[in-house]
Design a protein around this ligand. Structure first.
Ligand code: DGJ
Length: 548
């Protein structure tokens, strides 16, 4: 099969055709993917996948992510078995959730362990990455077309099958092309072609991209080395040259597979990243797979690829400042944020609101089955996450409406932080984190409807979203107590704690119907609003504040 890599042709012209991904759509309607990834390393059976589906539903997810393996899809060359795709689609449809398929082929966590035996055992035909001493590592070299062509043939067969079974129904919303690609056990590829490519001039396409994106970390290194053109990788980028070269060729390899696949059936796709958390410490090939789209080389990926819709970070980071730094980097006007893997414990249950507020098009935790017991009941440690997903599901029409408008404010606690302040158009806001239980004003747990819930400590951790729908119209979702103070003195002033409190027309609990209309389930007043009762818990759904 000969595939023409258009990116190579464009390289000279410096044309960039990758478009900004606006978000998933199902039957023409915007769709925010929320869910979990299946434990993916050995889920070879229908039963095991079904457990992941049930766990995703129990966690209030609407999407499950699960792998297919090249070795199972194409056990012998040219003979395909799509039964795993068929049962995944069937079980997701039954559960009324969507599916993201992970293509484990040339890479899974910086390794090629899911390549078929006929690929693994023929090093002559399928050249490997070589270490400096000439020994091979378990990776296909990105510098040889024969490797990506073999992968792409199988990937195209998969896409043709998906088109056949799912074009109409759209159960599969995206493809992850490979898994955490890059090289481990060596910081670069020393195979003959790799060494040859490293000595070639850095492509104009990349340098043109960097000229117009001088905030890119790669630009900084280019500048430090004199902003020269026509030189090899090391002379252009200095110390980082080898990693940048591997990144470029790895990106082209995967983009070629994505291109071939999109030409068969065009659905959204992404690559995921084993992060080094933007930490300068960390050696490619040891702490993370070299060539993967870590912060330092992210723009090299963006410059190289034309057929990948998103570069998606796997964010296991627990520290909320670092988490936010990662989100801020990967959610930009150059790249839509999709988080395909993250932690499902309490820090994850809080941090995810930051990603959603920053416009994430999708969010998943890793290892769905680990968060439920043998009967499928959600474990205590994941109840906070389950509630956070619930809160997001309830506010979905608003979240989709306000994506990237700057009108969604995340409530996320940081270790040691007592409170967070917010500035809205006409009000100042404040949420206390100091204690889960003793909120200022009226503690949430004393409301009779919430007192019955027996929430655990994690579930009562303040977190959520404040949505400023209009200047005097707010929606709250999650678990927190918001104090609001008008920027201008209101005609009627109320004093609560140490602050004046915004006066209100109504405080209502409710939900959105299928048309996206807010339906009021309970109007709070009297005891439930005294002393500034602007609070929300997942049990009350979404709270609407109409202020004066
Ligand atoms: C990241 C990988 O992408 C996943 O496939 C899985 O191996 C997780 N790590 C396990 O934590």
């Amino acid at each position: 099969m000969i595939l023409y890599k258009e990116a190579w042709k464009n390289q000279i012209k410096g044309v960039k055709i990758m478009k900004f991904f606006e978000g998933f759509k199902v039957n023409g309607k915007p769709f925010l993917a929320l869910g979990a990834q299946a434990h993916n390393s050995s889920s070879y059976t229908r039963e095991m996948f079904n457990e992941a589906v049930k766990a995703t539903v129990a966690l209030n997810g609407n999407t499950v992510e699960a792998p297919i393996y090249w070795e199972k899809i194409e056990p012998s060359e040219g003979k395909f078995d799509f039964s795993s795709i068929d049962y995944m689609v069937e079980l997701c449809r039954k559960a009324k959730i969507k599916l993201v398929i992970l293509w484990f082929a040339s890479w899974k966590n910086g390794d090629f362990s899911y390549a078929p035996a006929w690929v693994k055992s023929d090093q002559k035909r399928f050249p490997r990455v070589l270490r400096a001493d000439g020994t091979a590592v378990p990776n296909l070299s990105a510098h040889y077309n024969v490797n990506w062509e073999a992968d792409a043939k199988a990937y195209c067969a998969v896409m043709a099958h998906i088109k056949k079974i799912d074009e109409k129904e759209q159960t599969i919303i995206a493809m992850q092309v490979q898994n955490e690609p890059g090289y481990l056990r060596t910081d670069r590829d020393f195979s003959p072609k790799a060494l040859e490519n490293a000595k070639k001039p850095v492509p104009e396409k990349l340098l043109k991209y960097l000229e117009t994106h001088n905030h890119a970390p790669a630009y900084k290194y280019w500048k430090e080395n004199g902003l020269k053109k026509g030189l090899d990788w090391e002379n252009t980028f200095g110390f980082w040259g080898a990693e940048f070269c591997e990144t470029w060729f790895l990106a082209l390899y995967i983009d070629a597979i994505a291109e071939a696949g999109k030409k068969v059936f065009d659905i959204p796709n992404y690559i995921n990243v084993w992060l080094n958390a933007g930490n300068p410490w960390g050696v490619a090939g040891m702490e993370y797979p070299g060539g993967g789209a870590v912060i330092r080389v992210m723009h090299i990926w963006l410059a190289a690829v034309d057929y990948i819709d998103m570069v998606a970070p796997d964010i296991y980071e627990q520290n909320s400042y670092r988490y936010q730094r990662i989100v801020d980097f990967y959610a930009s006007d150059e790249n839509a944020l999709f988080v395909p893997e993250s932690s499902g414990f309490v820090t994850g249950a809080c941090n995810l609101f930051y990603a959603i507020a920053k416009g994430a098009v999708g969010y998943a935790i890793f290892g769905a089955e680990s968060y439920v017991d043998a009967e499928g009941k959600v474990n205590d440690t994941a109840l906070a996450l389950r509630d956070s997903f619930y809160a997001i599901q309830k506010a979905m029409p608003l979240i989709l409406k306000h994506k990237n408008t700057g009108k969604m404010y995340p409530v996320v606690p940081h270790a040691g932080l007592q409170d967070e302040g917010f500035e809205f158009k006409e009000f100042l806001g404040n949420v206390m984190f100091g204690s889960n239980r003793y909120m200022p004003g009226r503690p949430l747990y004393t409301d009779y409807s919430n007192r019955r819930l027996n929430l655990n400590e994690d579930q009562m951790t303040p977190r959520g979203l404040i949505i400023e729908d209009e200047d005097k119209l707010f929606y709250l979702t999650g678990y927190f107590h918001l104090r609001l103070m008008p920027k201008k003195s209101p005609e009627i002033s109320r004093i609560n704690d140490y602050l004046p409190v915004a006066d209100f027309i109504s405080v209502e609990e409710g939900h959105f119907d299928e048309k996206g209309e807010f339906i009021v389930d309970r109007t709070r007043n009297g005891d439930q609003v005294m002393f500034g009762g602007f609070w929300v818990t997942p049990a009350c759904g979404v709270v609407r504040l109409r202020l004066i």
